[in-house]
Design a protein around this ligand. Sequence first.
Ligand code: SF4
Length: 66
Amino acid sequence: METPPAVLPFPTSLCHRCAAPPRYVQSKTSTFILCPLLPQKYPPQPVHACALFRPKPLASGGSELS
Ligand code: SF4
């Protein structure tokens, strides 16, 4: 299981709440969101609507992004 970075890129992106799950690819200066479902891998961010979005199950006791 991959741990999301401490500071999420594009905090409003739907990808952070997606069960796909997205992967976070970090370079020296940026963090990219890699989608395992889309052919183009890196959708234009922030994603606000996506036909393949499935909500990630809520973790009990975890904090939730708002
Ligand atoms: S399926 Fe859509 S919402 Fe989910 S990670 Fe991929 S691009 Fe983001």
